[in-house]
Design a protein around this ligand. Structure first.
Ligand SMILES: Nc1ncnc2c1ncn2[C@@H]1O[C@H](COP(=O)(O)OP(=O)(O)OP(=O)(O)O)[C@@H](O)[C@H]1O
Length: 331
């Protein structure tokens, strides 16, 4: 395990084995004295065909990293590639198509459309894109997720675990290069959570997918191949072949929050280069009204007809589910 100081300086991005990568990825919210540095010159490589977990204290930048890697959020500086395509600098329309074709999303809140059946929810992103799912692939996903006898059910007729399995199938349906999962087990009891983690694991092992999962849960992180630890918008550590115990121990090393006089997420300790200093753990009250709405993000990611490329402090009006429903049903 390496500390930031031990980590080799980044060279040219590796080619071939990388599903996504970022160099110097920086994301600041707000301006002037109220600036929050959510990501601070992050270099990261997401290995293709692997399961990567992202952990860190609240406010450390996990969701922001995921959103920037997925092209859901603009970056303040730096570059992001999906495969060999640099997505930073792409126009919204190009980004929309790329997300739709190459990325699958899973969110804590499932984000299923209540009026659609499980099957309709699974194929919704492809239907909106005007693409037909590969029937053999779809069948394989449905069977491996155990959804065969639930396809005609609406979300309200499904348990939380089943709903998340539908969301998992939806993320896999287009056979994306990369699946981003933001706290996919956050709304599930431990049994259903483990089940969903098992499916994500087998999506990697058996279906060759690449998964990036943000989680607070050491047990969930232990299902991954590699855990990246974020603190203060930086990757401060990584752990291959994690166990829940080792992850828990590592998380304990993150210090108690110390606020910064200038209100940014960074701490004086972090400025001094202390690896285990954590800042911005509790988003300040001032941030509370401008934090991203996960429903908005996921909805945008799904329908991708709305400006999914969020700008700072951008919030969608109205009920996002209504907008998705409207798009899906052609209202
Ligand atoms: N739209 C926004 N406007 C202002 N600040 C933001 C916005 N989104 C995130 N932030 C701030 O950026 C920092 C990183 O936020 P982010 O949501 O990425 O952290 P996180 O590690 O995912 O947190 P959590 O575990 O609580 O979900 C935090 O200080 C947060 O308050």
């Amino acid at each position: 395990m390496s500390s930031p100081a031990d980590r080799p300086a980044p060279t040219a991005p590796p080619v071939g084995g990388t599903a996504a990568r970022a160099r110097g990825l920086t994301k600041a919210y707000g301006q002037g004295e109220t600036t929050v540095l959510a990501l601070d010159a992050v270099d990261v490589d997401i290995a293709r065909g692997r399961f990567t977990a992202v952990m860190g204290p609240s406010g450390s930048g996990k969701s922001t990293l995921m959103h920037c890697l997925a092209g859901l959020d603009s970056v303040s500086a730096g570059q992001v590639w999906l495969g060999d395509t640099e997505i930073t600098g792409l126009r919204d329309r190009e980004l929309t198509g790329l997300r739709r074709d190459r990325i699958g999303f899973m969110f804590q809140s499932f984000n299923l459309i209540p009026t659609l059946t499980a099957l309709e929810n699974i194929t919704l992103p492809m239907d909106i894109a005007g693409r037909r799912p590969d029937p053999a692939w779809l069948e394989q996903i449905i069977d491996s997720l155990g959804l065969r006898d639930r396809l005609a059910h609406r979300p309200s007729q499904l348990s939380g675990g089943q709903q998340q399995r539908v969301a998992c199938a939806r993320a896999l349906a287009s056979r994306p290069e990369l699946i981003f999962a933001d706290e996919p087990t956050g709304n599930l009891d431990s049994r259903a959570g483990l089940e969903v983690l098992g499916f994500l694991r087998s999506a990697v092992d058996d279906l060759g997918q690449t998964v990036v999962m943000v989680t607070h849960d050491p047990v969930a992180a232990a299902c991954s191949d590699l855990v990246l630890f974020l603190a203060d918008g930086r990757i401060v550590d990584e752990m291959p072949h994690p166990t829940a115990e080792a992850v828990l121990e590592r998380m304990k090393r993150f210090d108690v929050v110390r606020g910064r006089p200038d209100g940014t997420a960074r701490t004086p300790a972090a400025d001094a280069g202390e690896e285990n200093a954590v800042g911005g753990t509790e988003p300040g009250a001032a941030d509370a009204d401008v934090r991203p709405d996960p429903t908005t993000d996921s909805t945008r990611a799904l329908i991708d007809g709305t400006p999914g490329h969020r700008t700072d402090n951008d919030r969608a009006d109205g009920d996002p589910a209504d907008r998705v429903r409207g798009e899906a049903e052609g209202d």
